[in-house]
Ligand binder design. Structure first.
Ligand code: SAH
Length: 461
């Protein structure tokens, strides 16, 4: 460690800046943001800086600096003129008076350097690479900042108010640690993130009323994992996955999405195969309740969107019955993901004015669908789960009046590195299928929008 990070209280404390250009402006802005009383001296002051100083009620002298007239009651000094000799003179003054000094563009003369700052109310993250590359620090700041929702600072303010109360109510150290972890990662924090401060207060009060019970209160996140590409996860899905203690996942959740889960998180596979149900639905529902009741944060991760052919509704129903708190995070459904990555717009003013998602799953060897209702010009059909029944689907559509040269596309493992798009028409799809080995999962799109696939293809695997 080349520099020791300190968080300095500058509130209403006097700080001196010498210089009137870009650097002086940036320093003035961050010092004033921290509540400092800034005084600035420079013969010339750029106009943006001058207006900022006036707006912020900071004092300034528009004149050349006279070292002999400088006062020595500053908490810190910044020398940021473009005159090296002047900066050196200011630095010497600071050393003599034991006032910490920062000299622009001269690291060896600095007592301290300015970090890149992420400012979230009472939460502050300061980043430094010891002045080696300010750009690198700024890039890192952007990356770290993306993981800190703006309401993080509000959460920090909010829990700060309760610190003493919690200390009094939960005296045992270990218990208190669990209590705080639950507050900071559970429903109370989520309420703050979604702007529901009243609700957060109410939840906190009830937690304080019975801490042992609160410590055993888990939560379930029903999360849509999207069709495969991990970049298609929502920010909320990603954030909640990082908080989970245990993840229950399906066969459809891609390996790359699973790779985003920390190694210490417990993983439970509850996937189903077409013909053999690995874990009966009712057992999954009960497992969710059981895990949450142990006080765990349980992520129920499902391919695509949990509410589209995903049985998400049934799982949530059980949670409601058992009064387990939950959140639902929508995901990108296979139809959206696959069509986008195949360059097939599901609607298009010239080709299709509506789109219908249909399950093509066989039940007792047949498909139970109102065929004639599916067929209408200007409609795109998307069949999920229909690989086995694809020939029947094509035949039935033709039999019920759809033109046999209607364009169709079969998208295998859409949005992943292994995506394949097979374009054909209703009449010939059966023979394409016989000659190609198509694997699951795959999605079938029917309609004239498929014509655009060749022209709009962009995703090169
Ligand atoms: N809830 C999911 C759908 C579950 S049904 C969603 O919203 O996407 C499972 C069917 O979805 C599969 O049989 C297949 O038809 C389709 N599917 C899911 N992921 C897919 C992918 N990456 N590529 C092609 N089809 C996919």
């Amino acid at each position: 460690m080349q520099y020791f990070p300190l968080f300095y209280n500058l509130h209403r404390r006097k700080c001196l800046i010498i210089g009137g250009g870009n650097v002086a402006r940036r320093r003035a802005k961050s010092l004033i943001r921290a509540g400092a009383k800034v005084h600035l001296i420079s013969k010339e002051i750029e106009s943006e800086l001058e207006s900022f100083l006036i707006e912020s009620d900071a004092s300034f002298e528009k004149q050349a600096i006279d070292i002999n007239k400088l006062k020595n009651d500053y908490m810190l000094i910044v020398a940021a003129t473009n005159d090296k000799a002047a900066n050196a003179a200011v630095a010497s003054f600071a050393y003599e008076n034991r006032i910490p000094v920062n000299v622009a563009d001269d690291r060896s003369a600095c007592d301290f350097i300015f970090p890149s700052i992420i400012d979230r109310a009472s939460l502050t993250v300061a980043i430094s690479n010891s002045g080696k590359s300010p750009i690198l620090s700024r890039l890192l700041k952007k990356q770290i900042g993306a993981y800190l929702p703006s309401a993080f600072g509000e959460l920090s303010d909010f829990v700060g108010e309760y610190r003493e109360q919690v200390k009094a109510a939960v005296t045992e150290d270990d218990e208190r640690k669990i209590f705080w972890e639950n507050v900071l990662q559970g429903a109370i924090a989520e309420a703050i993130y979604s702007g529901k401060k009243q609700r957060a207060h109410a939840l906190f009060e009830s937690a304080l009323a019975d801490p042992p019970k609160f410590n055993l209160q888990g939560e379930v996140y029903l999360i849509g994992a999207g069709p495969g590409d991990p970049d298609l996860l929502t920010l909320k899905a990603f954030r909640l996955l990082q908080k989970a203690d245990v993840v229950l996942y399906d066969r459809l959740v891609s390996e790359k999405v699973m790779g985003l889960i920390a190694p210490e998180v417990e993983l439970i596979y509850v996937g189903k195969y077409r013909d053999s149900h690995a874990v009966p639905q009712n057992d999954i529902n009960q497992l969710l309740v059981e895990q949450a009741r142990k006080g765990k944060r349980v992520a129920r991760l499902k391919g695509g969107d949990p509410f589209i052919f995903g049985r998400g509704g049934e799982e949530i129903q059980t949670l409601v019955d058992y009064q387990v708190p939950f959140q639902i995070v929508p995901g990108i459904t296979a139809a959206s993901g696959c069509s986008a990555y195949a360059g097939i717009p599901l609607t298009h003013r010239d080709y299709a004015q509506s789109v219908q998602f249909v399950t093509g799953q066989l039940k007792d060897g047949t498909i139970d669908l109102e065929w004639s209702e599916l067929i209408s010009p200007g409609k795109t059909l998307v069949f999920y789960m229909g690989l086995k029944s694809l020939p029947i689907i094509c035949e039935s559509l033709i039999r019920h009046g759809m033109k046999s040269d209607t364009h169709v596309a079969l998208i295998e493992k859409g949005t992943t590195d292994e995506q394949r798009v097979l374009v054909s028409n209703l009449k010939e799809m059966g023979s394409v299928l016989a000659s190609e080995r198509v694997a699951s999962p795959s999605l079938f799109i029917v309609g004239s929008v498929v014509q655009l696939a060749e022209k709009l293809a962009w995703f090169d695997t």
